[in-house]
Design a protein around this ligand. Sequence first.
Ligand code: DOR
Ligand code: ZN
Length: 460
Amino acid sequence: MRTSGPDTVDLVLCGGIVVTPDGMREGAVAVDQGKILALGSDAAMPPARQRIDVDGLHIIPGAIDVHVHFREPGFSYKETWATATAAAAIGGVTTVFDMPNTNPPTATPEAVRQKIAIASSQALVDFGIYGYVGEGNVDQLAAMAEAGAVAFKLYLGSDNPLVPCPNDGAVLDALSAIASLGLRCTTHAENTPILNWRGARLKADGRQDLAAHLEQHSDMATVEAVSRIALFSEWTGCPIHIAHENCRHSLPLIADAKRRGVNLTAETCPHYLFLSMDDAELAGGNALRVKPPVREAGHAKPLWDALKSGVIDMISTDHAPHARAEKLRSSIWDVAPGFPGVETSMRLMLNEVSKGRLSLPEYVRMACEAPARAFGLYPRKGSLQPGSDADIVVVDLAKSAVIRGTELQSLGNVTPFEGRQTIGAPVMTILRGMIVARYGHLVARPGIGQPVGQTPKGRS
Ligand code: DOR
Ligand code: ZN
C-alpha cells in the first residue's frame, strides 16, 4: 500500500456498485477536497488517506429534498435545525430547501439572513432557504435573492396568517419579478376560497372527522390552482415548481403544460404514494392530517405512473413535524397538519426498489438529479460526475428495519409510517467528502452544512 504522497486523495470508496440515472457499474469513487475526483475500477483509483471498501453495496448521490419545514426560527419546540438535519443525514439527504412559514416568516432580506445564520450554526447537511411571496414584499424579492434565497414559495392555498395567499394581481407581479431573477417559484397549489368556504360549511355542520378535512380540500381546489399557476407561468415565463402533487385529476394539466413548453416541474411525497384514506386507522387516524390531504385509494397509482414517466419530476417529503400533543387532538380542525419525512423517505423508496417497482437509477433520477436540475444546482449537486460536490450515500438494499417514530431524530416524531417494515436503507452519508452518518449514527459535528447558493465558507 502506498503512503501519503502528492497524488494521494482524501477518500476512496471501493468495492461498490456506482449508480447514476443512466445505469449501474461495479467500481469505485475517488474524492478529494470535497469534490468527486474520479469514477472507475477499484484498480484505477489513486492512493487515498482513507479507503473504504463498501463490500458490494450501492453508491448513489446524496438525495436533495426541496420541501422541508425545519421550523426555526419560531417553532423550535417542534423541530430544530440540529435535529432536522440529523434526520436528513441519517436519511441519506445531503441538501434540503427550507420553507418560509417560520416566525418571523422568511419574507424580508433580513429574515433570509437570519435563517441562514441559524441554519449555518447547526446544520449537518447543505441547505437552501425559500423566500415567501406575499402582497407586501413584491418589491423586496430581488433583495431577498441577493440575501441568499435560492427559490421562492407561493402559498396559493393557505389559512396560515404568517404566510397568507396573495391576490392574483400580486402573484402575477411577483412571478414577473422572480422570472427576471432567474429563480423558480415553488407553489402550494390549492384554491384558498374553496378551502375557506368548504371549511366553514363543514365546521358549521359539526363535522370533526378526518374525512371532513378531505372534503374541505376538494380535488377541484388542487385542479384549479394547478391550472391557474401553469397559465401564470406560461404568461410570465416564471419557472414554477408544483409542491406535493397529490391528486390524479391535476396530472393531465401538468403533462399538458409541459408539452406546451411551460417551465414547470412537480414533486410528490411518500405519503401520497404509499397511503390512502383506507390506511387512516393504521396511519394514526386524525394524525394523518396533512395539507394537501392524503386522498382516497385510486390516486397513488396515477401518481406513481406520473413519477415513473417524468410528468412528476421528483420526490420530496414536505417534512413538517409537530409536537405529539398537537398531532393527537380529537377535532380534526385542531390537529396540526403534517409529519416528519426526511429520515424515512429514502427507506420507503428503496423498499420499492427491493420489491422491483422502481430501479435504483430511476430513484437517483427522481431523488437526486431532477431536483438539482430544477433548482439550478446541477451538476454541482445530485450527481457523481467528476467535479461535483462529493455528496454520496451508500445504500444497503438488503437492510431490513421497522420505522419507529421514537427512533427518529426529529423532535416531532409522530409518523404515519409507524410500524412499517422497510427493506433497503442508507448506511453511510457523505457531505462534500466528510462522513456525516454511518449505520444510523451521526459522526460529524453540527455546523458543517452550508447554504447552497453562496460561496462555501472558507473557500474562494
Ligand atoms: O401539512 C402541511 N404542513 N402543509 C403545509 O402546507 C404546511 C405544513 C406545516 O408547516 O406544518
Ligand atoms: Zn410544506
